[in-house]
Design a protein around this ligand. Structure first.
Ligand code: FES
Length: 149
């Protein structure tokens, strides 16, 4: 058994230590807000936080999350910055198909937790690993600025 702290809740799961965190979240715990895109650490759809740092859960073994605070899209609104980011996303109507957006929001929240007033260059650098096939990048950048106010 592996003990995890997810969104402030202690969860015990039966999983091999090298199981990707993404599959523990989605398949074992039915927390499907974290998305599977490429499975190779390339697209950012699976972004979650470990101790406040954004990670690719598809390429993070669950053993790496033991003893850390895991935050997923389901719990991102427990922190005020998560609420503010989600409100900005709604206000600016960022989402098109939506598939990548939970990962986008997780990366945006991590950025704003570390940098309260990011420049365009800061945003582009922090969000470069999150791919959006609908190309919502301009609205994402505007929503991050909105959330930073
Ligand atoms: Fe993890 Fe693409 S699904 S980076």
């Amino acid at each position: 058994m592996i003990t995890l702290n997810i969104n402030g809740n202690i969860r015990r799961v039966d999983a091999a230590p090298d199981t990707p965190l993404l599959w523990v979240l989605r398949d074992t715990l039915q927390m499907t807000g974290t998305k599977y895109g490429c499975g190779m650490g390339l697209c950012g759809a699976c972004t979650a936080h470990l101790d406040g740092q954004p990670v690719r859960s598809c390429s993070t073994p669950v053993s790496a999350a033991v003893g850390k605070k895991i935050v997923t899209i389901e719990g991102v609104d427990h922190a005020r910055v998560g609420q503010v980011v989600q409100a900005a996303w709604q206000k600016l109507d960022v989402v098109q198909c939506g598939y990548c957006q939970s990962g986008q929001i997780m990366s945006a929240v991590a950025l704003l937790q570390q940098n309260r007033k990011p420049s365009d260059a800061d945003i582009d650098a922090a969000m470069a690993g999150n791919i959006c096939r609908c190309a919502t990048y301009v609205r994402i950048r505007a929503a991050i600025h909105e959330a930073a106010q």
